[in-house]
Design a protein around this ligand. Structure first.
Ligand SMILES: [Zn+2]
Ligand SMILES: [Zn+2]
Length: 185
């Protein structure tokens, strides 16, 4: 008999382990799904923008079906546990910011702990993240705006020096040349 995996099992299987980071993503993904509500049209996809790289991103790939490959999951590194969600084709963004008390617990120094203590602490933190009231876990705001790709990110050119194709927004004009990031002086 085939027993269907729970969403938590699906996420930790995909991620490869269970950890506080993926637990954080699991909660954020669930809150986002609830806030996004019903899919506005059959083509609408969930767009996600994360402001820091962490284990949390893998939960969005599994639960929100947002992936780097489809460019529905984007990372814009600002060093913050802030996550933006939106259905494509809509003009409202759900912004989820993790409370500082949670981040503080996640970033407490661990140098003086034994491997066993580290493991226990990580498990405690994971359980805390999954059991905190939503109020104590994050803030949720709705903002106008769009996470869709802008038209400019679809324009390509060829670098004058290396002759490799490059997205125009990543080039710079130097004299009569248009240069990619690698060729810029
Ligand atoms: Zn992890
Ligand atoms: Zn070049």
């Amino acid at each position: 008999m085939c027993v269907e995996k729970t969403p938590w099992e699906q996420v930790t299987d995909f991620h490869g382990h269970s950890c506080p980071g993926v637990a954080l993503g699991f909660r954020v993904a669930q809150i986002a799904s609830r806030e996004l509500g019903l899919r506005p049209s059959p083509e609408a996809q969930v767009l996600v923008k994360a402001e820091t790289a962490s284990c949390a991103l893998d939960a969005f790939q599994v639960l929100n079906h947002a992936t780097m490959g489809k460019r529905t999951l984007k990372l814009q590194e600002h060093g913050k546990h802030v996550y933006h969600f939106q259905y494509s084709g809509t003009e409202e963004i759900i912004r989820i910011a993790i409370r500082s008390s949670v981040i503080q617990k996640m970033t407490e120094p661990q140098e003086n702990l034994s491997p066993r203590q580290k493991q226990n602490k990580s498990l405690e933190l994971l359980q805390l993240i999954l059991s905190l009231s939503e109020e104590d876990f994050c803030t949720v705001k709705r903002l106008p705006g769009s996470l869709s790709e802008t038209a400019t990110s679809l324009v390509w050119t060829v670098c004058s020096r290396c002759q490799e194709p490059v997205k125009s927004e990543f080039t710079r004009e130097e004299g009569s040349e248009i240069l990619c990031l690698e060729c810029q002086s």
